[in-house]
Write a protein that binds this ligand. Structure first.
Ligand code: NAD
Ligand code: TYD
Length: 352
């Protein structure tokens, strides 16, 4: 079947893996990647697929309603996988307005453009919104997990903006009948993650002998999932998930930050040929993040039971691959830290 799918935020971390999977797996689909190329968008993440005939890149802002409507019209979009967002909690603490604008108003702009274009004919249409486990708030150390029925209780401006956008998506189903799906995923890791997030930041810092800033006492817990497993789940849910449903996606893989950091340090030292313990001294405890959620942990049994999805990688394997990838792709990291990556758009698309 032919489809015209709009993927937003495809030049970012998770989006680039989703775009790559869809472009390679579905040659009959047209994949349109709409991305504003904020600091987090990097076209170098897509270099291997950018010339595929079923791929189109559109440089634009999801908040620009007229431009989004034009994309729906021009490409006759019948499916949306919406990943574009401001995604970093620390930035949301400094600048909550940008998060409200992109994550809430941007999502609303996409919903409204889809509604206008589809004009009540929902047959074969799908609006799939990618959200986060952070909307559920924070867990204690009592072993409970977030399920799809857990009440929303966001604490950071980032999670508050994502929660708000989730509500708008569900409201478009309940009010207009739009075929929507929302998924809430745990922390992703893997190649092409912007090096302000814990794992790539720390690998890069180890490489350069720089301090590894551990917030608070390093006791916060996150549930980590390899990014390609998230992309596989998105593919499955986009095609086979039930309309108006929510699915949690997670790896049943909880780590205390400090334990995870020690694994990263050990793995990086080994792969760099350093003696064991060489970079341990870089671990530096710093002031805690404001409102730092203690623990996230996802119960993804519904996804397993309904659609048979499970993470394919053991964490030890995933972290080894990830550290090895960043060490082997130092120019990718250097282009980001030097700002060079933001020139790629001009070089690649100038004169096209
Ligand atoms: P990212 O920050 O790496 O990428 C975001 C992308 O969106 C970038 O390419 C950026 O240029 C683009 N973008 C930002 N504002 C835009 C706008 N106004 N118009 C068009 N494009 C815009 O984010 P990520 O980590 O890949 O996360 C992708 C999605 O998945 C987000 O919605 C996030 O909330 C969600 N999510 C992320 C994680 C995680 O661990 N990273 C976990 C669960 C859910
Ligand atoms: P992060 O990668 O920012 O993801 P999120 O805040 O969405 O979970 O952070 C993961 C965990 O690591 C989180 O508990 C905050 C912590 N952290 C640090 O201790 N130091 C750092 O420099 C960063 C970026 C995060």
């Amino acid at each position: 079947m032919k489809r015209n799918i709009l993927i937003t935020g495809g030049a970012g971390f998770i989006g680039s893996h989703v775009v790559r999977l869809f472009v390679n797996k579905y040659p009959d689909y047209r994949i349109v990647n709409l991305d504003k190329l904020t600091y987090a968008g990097n076209l170098a993440n897509l270099r291997d697929i950018e010339r595929q005939p079923n791929y189109a890149f559109v440089h634009g802002d999801i908040c620009d309603f007229d431009a989004v409507c034009e994309i729906f019209r021009k490409y006759d979009i019948d499916g949306v996988i919406h990943l574009a967002a401001e995604s970093h909690v620390d930035r949301s603490i400094r600048d909550p307005f940008t998060f409200a604008k992109t994550n809430v108003l941007g999502t609303l702009s996409l919903l409204q453009a889809a509604r206008n274009h589809w004009n009540g004919d929902w047959e074969g249409k799908r609006f799939y919104h990618i959200s986060t486990d952070e909307v559920y708030g924070a867990l204690g150390f009592d072993g409970t997990l977030f399920t799809e029925r857990t009440k929303y209780d966001p604490h950071s401006p980032y999670s508050a903006s994502k929660a708000s956008s989730d509500h708008f998506v569900r409201a478009f189903h309940d009010t207009y009948g739009m075929p929507t799906i929302v998924t809430n995923c745990s922390n992703n890791y893997g190649p092409y993650q912007f090096p302000e997030k814990l794992i790539p930041l720390f690998i890069n810092n180890i490489r350069h002998g720089k301090p590894l800033p551990v917030y608070g006492r390093g006791e916060n817990v996150r549930d980590w999932l390899y990014v390609e497993d998230h992309a596989r789940a998105i593919d499955l849910i986009f095609h086979r998930g039930r309309i108006a449903e929510t699915y949690n996606i997670g790896g049943f893989n909880e780590w205390r930050n400090i334990d995870l950091i020690r694994v990263i340090v050990r793995t990086a030292d080994r792969l760099l040929g350093n003696p064991e313990g060489h970079s341990e001294h870089l671990i530096t405890y710093v002031t805690d993040r404001a409102g730092h959620d203690l623990r996230y942990a996802i119960d993804s049994r519904k996804l397993k039971e309904e659609l048979g999805w499970e993470p394919s990688l053991q964490f030890e394997e995933g972290i080894e691959k990830t550290v090895a990838w960043y060490l082997a792709n130092q120019p990718w990291l250097d282009d980001i830290t030097s700002g060079q990556y933001q020139k790629y758009y001009d070089e690649m698309y100038a004169g096209r």
